[in-house]
Design a protein around this ligand. Structure first.
Ligand code: SAH
Ligand code: SF4
Length: 382
């Protein structure tokens, strides 16, 4: 297991480490370009790339033997040259509210988490973008891990396919994706955008770009870079503090890009018609949940088209923070609504199975409700 370096405010200055190359390529999660290289290496005609792409992402096949449109010798040649292995779900913890939290084991033995949340007319998947996180937010279980490495685009796509297959989600289901699991997606923007292109490709999973949201702790250069893409996911910002003094205490990134820098980046962010930036706001009792905070949050939210999502703190061992009272949550809701701010409260789904990001990997071994676990979980942390 990799040793984690303690998070420091300089961790995100450098790119996060990449995984070591695999001895044999894994086709699961590859882009068209990468699949086309595989097709070429086999001396096959170019149209095979599309067949592979459709098999992987439209049909979500789990083995080369499922590619029955291809001849047996070709399937054998593919199997010789490349694995087809989606991330392995080593743990699936079903919550009473219908959400299932998953631990995925990656090729190098690292672990990340994803959450499956079924609703009446759609399914929302919460994805990880990195193993650990460099941002070091003090209230966050993932932040306490430090950064281990970036996920590849294939590993990001792999979480989606693995969860959809595990839950046998029919292809016509509307799927929403939120990058609100482990990691800072804008610290791994290249791979997140590559995954976004694969996931939204009309010949594959064909997810709607409008239904994909990346959540950032406030990496201003990342926000500016995201703004340059013609097709891009929606943006959510984890505000979590309304004064620089308090925000810097819980989110070290604020010491580099403060609230003013953030507000300016968000004001400049080009929005489509009807698009709004989500402001996530974690309520920590006595730290971020005063009525004054509510008033400043409303003022911040009115600077650009936005909606606010209040997130009562999801406690985890050793964090030292406490969830707000129910009364305070509704007071803040009313205060924001009275100021014409669209507000919702995120009742952290899967709370009884350690719902907030990073908590499954950190709290391992203490959950009661286990759904089929494929094999024993190797914990990400000691
Ligand atoms: N790194 C990105 C996305 C992952 S965190 C970001 O920070 O935005 C997703 C959300 O979970 C963030 O809004 C974060 O503030 C929130 N969060 C983290 N730990 C939490 C906890 N223990 N309770 C409630 N929300 C938490
Ligand atoms: Fe990283 Fe987000 Fe957790 Fe902060 S809240 S440490 S940015 S995952």
């Amino acid at each position: 297991m990799t040793q984690h370096s303690p998070a420091s405010p300089t961790n995100w200055d450098a790119p996060a480490p990449e995984p070591a190359p695999r001895p044999k390529p894994n086709a699961a999660g590859l882009s068209r370009r990468e699949l086309s290289a595989l097709v070429q290496a086999l001396g096959e005609p170019a149209f095979r790339t599309r067949q592979l792409f459709e098999g992987l992402y439209r049909h979500r096949y789990e083995g080369w033997d499922r590619f029955t449109a291809l001849s047996k010798p070709l399937r054998a040649a593919l199997a010789e040259r490349a694995a087809l292995a989606w991330p392995v779900i080593t743990e699936a913890l079903a919550s009473e509210d219908g959400a299932t939290k998953h631990a995925f084991r990656l090729d190098d033995g690292q672990q990340v988490e994803g959450v499956f949340m079924p609703y009446a007319h759609r399914t929302t998947l919460c994805l990880s973008s990195q193993v650990g996180c460099a941002m070091g937010c003090t209230f966050c279980a993932t932040g306490l891990m430090g950064i281990v490495r970036n996920l590849t685009a294939a590993e990001i796509v792999g979480q989606v396919v693995a969860m959809l297959n595990h839950h046998r989600v029919p292809p016509e289901t509307r799927v929403n994706l939120v990058f609100m699991g482990m990691g800072e997606p804008l610290h791994n923007l290249d791979h997140v955008m590559e995954a976004f292109r694969i996931l939204t490709d009309p010949e594959g999973l064909a997810l709607s770009p409008r239904r994909i949201t990346v959540s950032t702790s406030g990496l201003v250069p990342g926000i500016q870079k995201l703004a340059t893409f013609a097709k891009r996911p929606r943006l959510a910002l984890s505000l979590n503090g309304t004064t620089d003094a308090y925000r810097s205490r819980i989110m070290p990134v604020n010491r580099v890009w403060n609230l003013q820098a953030l507000a300016e980046a968000l004001e400049a962010f080009p929005l489509e018609k009807g698009e709004r930036i989500t402001l996530e706001y974690v309520l920590l009792q006595g730290v971020t949940d005063s009525l004054e905070d509510g008033r400043r949050l409303a003022a911040f939210a009115r600077r650009f088209p936005s909606k606010v999502n209040l997130i009562p703190f999801n406690p985890h061992e050793g964090s030292g923070f406490v969830a707000p009272s129910e009364a305070r949550v509704s007071e803040l809701c009313d205060l924001l609504a009275a100021r014409k701010v669209t507000v919702s409260v995120r009742r952290s789904r899967g709370q009884d199975v350690a719902g907030a990001c990073g908590q499954l990997v950190r709290e391992g071994g203490r959950h009661k409700k286990k759904e089929a676990a494929a094999e024993p979980v190797r914990r990400g942390l000691p």
